[in-house]
Design a protein around this ligand. Structure first.
Ligand code: NAD
Length: 286
């Protein structure tokens, strides 16, 4: 039987989640995705109307099939966590079972098990503010959506992950080096995500032989990155300064995710793997 992957954080064809889904599909995996509730409608409509058909094209000429799209809001673990205003929100009221625990239950009911879990989501409401101007609320929201969401996903999906499975998240070098403009506690959230990758690799490895790795990706013009406001500057900086002077394509990150999810990486766990044209090794700009 082929592998089955659940990829959280796909809502269009521009981000890393989409590219990872494609690489996993190309390597024969069945694809399930979790889409943020407010983005669900437009994503499903666009999929249905063929808006993504060109970008669904796989190397063998076939089109990636997404077996099922699950509504997901990874800042809520179970229905008791959901505040009244969110429950009443029209976009949320139109879907059901989108907390992490309920999505894991639905996937278990529908398919029984998965082999690959991907976390490709982040949100920092105050990302455009420097850390010194970030509120407690904004900081905790960044950590909740971008770091704890991963702990929660892994925690709820581990019971349905086959032994030997693999889990991958996406991080950014702002966790360890100063990237002015990546604010709102997002740098802190990525630092937590990377530290958690090590601890979770130990715990999930011992418990279920699950591998846990994170990809530190270079800059990509995704929807989320455009919201930060400095993505073009980051892409130019990388082009000018990285050892490999080419624009990074999302597929290059997708391919490394497929490698990390495969038996080729059977001894790789707890690592931060850079897929950034080598920019992270530079000490000064040139
Ligand atoms: P993206 O917009 O494609 O992906 C982010 C996704 O997160 C979106 O689909 C959004 O709907 C979803 N999301 C936000 N809050 C959510 C929630 N509460 N519950 C469920 N889903 C939620 O953008 P991307 O840049 O591809 O981001 C994917 C990952 O890659 C993120 O972790 C991001 O930090 C990381 N990353 C991006 C870059 C870059 O330059 N784009 C660089 C390094 C790392």
């Amino acid at each position: 039987r082929g592998k089955r992957a659940f990829i959280a954080g796909v809502a269009d064809d521009n981000g890393y989640g989409w590219a990872i889904a494609k690489s996993l599909a190309a390597s024969g995996a069945e694809i399930l995705v979790g889409t943020w509730v407010p983005a669900l409608n437009i994503f499903e409509t666009s999929l249905r109307r063929g808006k993504f058909d060109e970008s669904r094209l796989l190397p063998d000429g076939s089109l990636m099939e997404i077996t099922k799209v699950y509504p997901l809001d990874a800042v809520f673990d179970n229905p008791e966590d959901v505040p009244e205003d969110v429950k009443a929100n029209k976009r949320y009221a139109g879907s059901s079972k989108w907390t992490v625990q309920e999505v894991a239950e639905s996937v278990k009911q529908d398919y029984g098990s998965i082999d690959i879990l991907v976390h490709s989501l982040a949100n920092g409401p105050e990302v455009t503010k420097p850390l010194l101007e970030t509120s407690r609320k904004g900081y905790l929201a960044a950590i909740s959506a971008s770091s704890y969401s991963y702990v929660s996903l892994l925690r709820h999906f581990i019971p349905l992950m086959n032994p030997g499975g693999s889990s991958i998240s996406l991080t950014y070098i702002a966790s360890e080096r100063i990237i002015p403009g990546y604010g709102g506690g997002m740098s802190s959230a990525k630092a937590a995500l990377e530290s958690d990758t090590r601890v979770l690799a130990f715990e999930a490895g011992r418990k279920n032989r699950i591998r846990v790795n994170t990809i530190s990706a270079g800059p990509l013009r995704s929807r989320a990155a455009k919201a930060i406001g400095f993505i073009d500057t980051m892409i130019e900086y990388s082009l000018a300064n990285a050892p490999l002077q080419k624009e990074l394509s999302a597929d290059e990150v997708g391919n490394v995710a497929a490698f990390l999810a495969s038996p080729l990486a059977s001894a790789v766990t707890g690592t931060v793997m850079y897929v950034d044209n080598g920019l992270n090794v530079m000490g000064v700009g040139v």
